[in-house]
Design a binder for this molecule. Structure first.
Ligand code: NDP
Length: 451
């Protein structure tokens, strides 16, 4: 008789913890998925016999490498670079690159694990990966950033390729950094291929890629509200972060008639009771991206707003909330405050911004809660469309791409409903997303046998 992994949930998680010591973010991400998957596979013997969950929770490979670069004062600096290739059962590895001092193996393994399910949910043929470095771009000159990106790619290039692994941007990596990395890849390999997404429009980038994650998170929010016969018109939205995802989420909230009242960064948050207009959001985009400014300076520019140093925005009363900064930025107590203040829906623009306790608070209160792997999949979906455009050597129009993004988000929402409807009008979107994403990857793995 085959040895199966018919262990109980606690036994499974004990094994994950033992095999991944000092990797709390990775263990947390696996636990959140396993909580739902255990119920789903209870009566599905082939998943047990083939140890599918155990195999998905073990990355295909983790590459770690040294990145040396020279700062403007001639000092030699040494950083650590990574690429985690989690699973390529349904397509080439795909996932962003993060430059932030908090980057380590645990954070990237959690992100690559989540990415695997997210990419499956989009319906596009993409596996899951993630990479990055503990390099801190803050305070660095443009030339230092260019030298770092070139050095990072000088090692990374041997592990990636248009049909192997296609990285994109993430925290600290925007269009500029992708340009430097693409330039170095092309210089080393002498190939112009769709090896990275998030590229400039002049060299194979796709329209609406910068907007896609934030817009998609709001489309998903609107889809959830529509199930209840509601919409975003007149709704107050609390948003964290002030980077790519947060500013585009705020923009789409305004387009759909809502009122965003907060943004934040790692220093604190601003509260603008009048609401952020498109003009104010454009100022934030330019201020954070081009001037590398702080969100606190918003209050010098616009009267009526207040700055709250060292705080997160979850205490501001709202109808809907969009955490769009980073992992574990919304804790159990914050979730209780949001629910008590009447928040009816949360859509995660960031990856795993709510900790496990917060997720349980939202589920217990039965409010609409969209986990990042569903709600923020719009970014990678448009990256997938960028890959298709590169392969076909063509560019789709903005109108075509906007429609495709909307349709993909609606498709993800529908897949969540398939496995998440709990009766009585309540949809468990976490469960729906976990099971729909898992099933697609798991069934492909079954088809391949033991590899
Ligand atoms: P950006 O680098 O553009 O912005 C990140 C924002 O989060 C900044 O405002 C930053 O503030 C803030 N932030 C970072 N770390 C912390 C922290 N420890 N505490 C509080 N605030 C913090 O990144 P993105 O907008 O691209 O990414 C945001 C989130 O969305 C991440 O979780 C990312 O993985 C996820 N995501 C991004 C996608 C994309 O397409 N870009 C796709 C899918 C998910 P500060 O300036 O002070 O650092």
């Amino acid at each position: 008789m085959a040895v199966s992994d018919h262990v109980d949930f606690n036994g499974f998680m004990e094994g994950v913890k033992r095999r991944n010591p000092h990797q709390p973010e990775f263990v947390q991400a696996v636990q959140e998925v396993a909580e739902d998957i255990f119920d789903f596979i209870e009566d599905k013997e082939e998943y047990h016999a083939q140890q599918i969950l155990r195999r998905i929770a073990e990355p295909d490979r983790v590459v770690s490498f040294r990145v040396c670069w020279e700062d403007d004062n001639g000092n030699i600096r040494v950083q650590r670079g990574y690429r985690v290739q989690n699973n390529n059962a349904i397509g080439p590895y795909k996932g962003g690159i993060r430059f932030h001092p908090s980057v380590n193996e645990s954070v990237l393994k959690f992100l690559a694990f989540e990415q695997t399910f997210k990419n499956a949910l989009t319906g596009l043929p993409m596996g899951g990966g993630k990479g990055g470095s503990n390099f801190n771009p803050k305070g660095k000159s443009v030339r230092e950033i260019m030298r770092f990106c070139q050095s990072f790619m000088t090692e990374l290039y041997r592990h990636i390729g248009a049909d192997i692994d296609v990285p994109a941007g993430d925290i600290g990596v925007g269009g500029r950094e992708i340009g430097y990395m693409f330039g170095q890849y092309k210089r080393i390999t002498n190939q112009f291929t769709g090896v990275l997404t998030g590229k400039g429009l002049e060299f194979g980038g796709s329209l609406i890629r910068p907007e896609a994650t934030g817009y998609g998170a709001v489309y998903f929010l609107a889809d959830m509200l529509a199930v209840k016969g509601a919409d975003l018109g007149g709704k107050t939205a609390v948003i964290s972060g002030s980077g790519n995802v947060a500013t585009h989420a705020a923009e789409k909230i305004v387009h759909l008639g809502g009122k965003p009242v907060t943004l934040s960064d790692s220093g604190g948050f601003i509260h603008d009771p009048e609401g952020l207009t498109l003009e104010k959001i454009n100022w934030v985009k330019a201020h954070k991206t081009h001037r590398r400014g702080r969100i606190s300076e918003y209050c010098d520019e616009f009267t009526g707003a207040s700055y709250h140093e060292g705080k997160t925005p979850w205490g501001v009363p709202c109808d809907v909330a969009l955490p769009c900064a980073t992992q574990n930025e919304l804790l159990g107590a914050d979730a209780r405050t949001l629910v008590a203040n009447g928040c009816v829906a949360v859509s995660e623009g960031a990856n795993m911004p709510s900790d496990l306790e917060a997720v349980h608070v939202f589920k217990d209160a039965k409010i609409m809660f969209a986990p990042g792997k569903a709600a923020n999949a719009g970014g990678v979906a448009v990256s997938g469309l960028e890959m298709s455009q590169n392969s076909e050597r063509r560019s789709w129009s903005e109108a075509e791409l906007q429609q495709m993004l909307k349709d993909i988000m609606a498709g993800i929402h529908a897949r969540c409903l398939t496995y998440g409807e709990q009766g009585g009008g309540y949809v468990d979107y976490v469960k729906g997303a976990n099971i729909a994403g898992f099933k697609k990857v798991a069934d492909a793995m079954l088809a391949f046998g033991v590899v």
